[in-house]
Ligand binder design. Structure first.
Ligand code: HEC
Ligand code: HEC
Length: 202
């Protein structure tokens, strides 16, 4: 093999690896069955501005949220690393196949990315570290970080406080939320909530 051939085959392998990496994980789920199961979910996630009672904050938007994240979040409620009692009850009654079906159904609402620009983020200094994973111009580290743009402002505050005070445990987010002041959290939540992104299910 000449050096050129080695370089060429190396480039080919890299290209194949990148193509595979770029493919969304093939969901095994059945969207029709997911839709049937999802009827209960719409009771909260399908009503614009629906509130969680105690404490009071708006139910998160799921339309356009990343599939991998929805699956990870459901598993976190199941495992108890996220404490919400209703979501824990909802998630615990689901089998792995149910989760796949729900994810397949929710994927039908599309995928919204964090399209914030570097210039915008420059105006929110505390968010600069966040975009190393959540992304600018729609390019997040794949697949784990959820889309924050368009999310309910008070839910973002609630989620960040949960990572900060340890109510949400076992997450890479704990370390980053720990560095935020209440004022940072308010500013970041307001910033992301005002962007175009995830939507209430309809
Ligand atoms: C009684 C209202 C209610 C119902 C019914 C409900 N949810 Fe939720 N869901 C919530 C609330 C409130 C939260 C935020 C919980 C928290 O603070 O962690 C949530 C969080 C979530 C999250 C995490 C979203 C994020 O951005 O972190 C996912 C995913 C989710 N729900 C999916 C579902 C699915 C799928 C169903 C149906 C099987 C369902 N939910 C049914 C109220 C509900
Ligand atoms: C190292 C990568 C990384 C960095 C840096 C990071 N995040 Fe995250 N973030 C994640 C991942 C992965 C998740 C989902 C996992 C979970 O809940 O444990 C997440 C979840 C979140 C959530 C929960 C959203 C929801 O729908 O429940 C919020 C809010 C959030 N991040 C905001 C931020 C903010 C604000 C910063 C900067 C201070 C930040 N993140 C920095 C990777 C990161």
């Amino acid at each position: 093999m000449t050096t050129q051939m080695i370089i060429r085959s190396g480039a080919a392998i890299l290209a194949i690896a990148l193509t595979l990496w770029a493919q969304p994980a093939a969901s095994q789920g059945n969207p029709e069955q997911g839709k049937q199961l999802g009827f209960t979910c719409l009771g909260c996630h399908g009503i614009e501005g629906q509130r969680n009672a105690y404490p009071s904050y708006r139910v998160p938007r799921l339309g356009g949220q990343k599939s991998e994240y929805i699956e990870a979040a459901l598993n976190a409620y199941r495992a108890g690393t996220r404490p919400h009692p209703t979501m824990k009850a909802q998630a615990s009654s689901l089998t792995d196949a149910d989760v796949d079906n729900l994810v397949a159904w929710l994927a039908g609402f599309g995928e919204a990315a964090d399209k914030v620009t570097a210039e915008q983020v420059a105006g929110v200094p505390a968010a600069q570290i966040c975009v190393t994973c959540h992304g600018v111009d729609g390019a997040s580290v794949k697949p784990a970080p959820p889309t924050l743009s368009g999310q309910q402002e008070d839910y973002l505050v609630h989620a960040l406080n949960g990572y900060k005070d340890g109510a949400r445990s076992g997450s890479v987010m704990s370390a980053f939320a720990a560095t935020l002041t209440d004022a940072d959290i308010k500013l970041i939540a307001g910033f992301y909530a005002s962007q175009d992104g995830v939507k209430t299910l309809d």
